[in-house]
Design a protein around this ligand. Structure first.
Ligand SMILES: [Zn+2]
Ligand SMILES: [Zn+2]
Length: 151
């Protein structure tokens, strides 16, 4: 299992492996140590966020956003160019080929566990579904909490 998060001290983007025996995460950039809450990891399951340590986590498709956007762009540009040169076949290839690739990619990618509060991403965790999907209300609550803390 690994976690991707921003160091609470220096905001460096970090990815670190962890397991049930992990008790702290250390930032290689500023040596800030985050003590992980006891019982946060059970076997290969994550019960609460190791970083912040909220219990509100949700599952989402671990979709590479940039790749998705790039695919759409290639589809639009490619089909426009093909259309300009009068090739109906290539227009369709670009339009539907990229749309199809998008769908296939979506089906192939795994799931990741996200923390509402600090945005930490967990990969390789077992039984992520037990946390449920994204809930806008919970998200909104944490967003407002973060806004209050800043002001
Ligand atoms: Zn740091
Ligand atoms: Zn968190």
């Amino acid at each position: 299992m690994n976690v991707t998060y921003a160091c609470p001290q220096c905001d460096a983007p970090l990815r670190q492996n962890f397991d049930e025996s992990t008790t702290e995460l250390t930032c290689p950039a500023c040596s800030q140590r985050v003590e992980t809450p006891p019982g946060a990891v059970e076997g290969n399951q994550v019960r609460r966020c190791l970083v912040c340590p909220s219990t509100d986590l949700y599952v989402r498709k671990d979709f590479p956003q940039r790749l998705g956007v790039a695919l759409v762009a290639v589809g639009i540009i490619g089909s426009s160019v093909a259309w300009f040169y009068g090739s109906l076949l290539w227009t369709w290839v670009f339009l539907f080929g990229t749309a199809l690739a998008d769908v296939v990619l979506y089906l192939l990618v795994g799931e990741a566990l996200m923390c509402y509060r600090c945005g930490a991403i967990y990969r390789g965790v077992a039984e992520m579904d037990s946390h449920g999907g994204f809930d806008l209300e919970t998200h909104e609550r944490y967003r407002q909490m973060a806004a209050r803390m800043k002001s």
